[in-house]
Design a protein around this ligand. Structure first.
Ligand SMILES: [Zn+2]
Length: 96
C-alpha cells in the first residue's frame, strides 16, 4: 500500500504506461498512470479509485461493456470525442 501525501491510502497497484495519451486509467485492479508525477496528484488518484470501485460494484467486466456502450451512444449523439467521454455516466460526478 502506498501513501499519497498522507491523504489517500492507495491499496491498488500502480503501473506506468508512458505511451498513454491520458493521465490515468483504471484497469481493475490497477491504476495505470502515464507519468510518474501523477502519483502525487490526489485528483487523478481519487478519480481512478472511484472507477475501480465502480468496476467492483458491477463485477468488473460489465463495467467495461457499459462504459464502451455509453461512449459509443454518446459519440453518435454528440459526434465529438470529448463530449462523448465527458457524458459517460461513470464520468458524471467523478470530475477532477
Ligand atoms: Zn474517468
Amino acid at each position: 500500500m502506498q501513501i499519497l501525501s498522507n491523504l489517500i491510502k492507495i491499496k491498488y497497484p500502480i503501473i506506468f504506461a508512458p505511451f498513454m495519451h491520458v493521465s490515468g486509467m483504471a484497469l481493475f485492479p490497477f491504476i495505470v498512470l502515464s507519468k510518474k508525477k501523477f502519483i502525487h496528484n490526489p485528483q487523478i488518484i481519487r478519480h481512478e479509485i472511484i472507477h475501480l470501485k465502480q468496476q467492483l460494484e458491477l463485477l468488473i467486466l460489465p463495467f467495461y461493456a457499459l462504459y464502451l456502450l455509453n461512449y459509443l451512444v454518446n459519440l453518435l449523439k454528440y459526434k465529438n470525442h470529448n463530449k462523448a467521454y465527458l457524458n459517460i455516466v461513470f464520468e458524471q460526478g467523478n470530475r477532477f
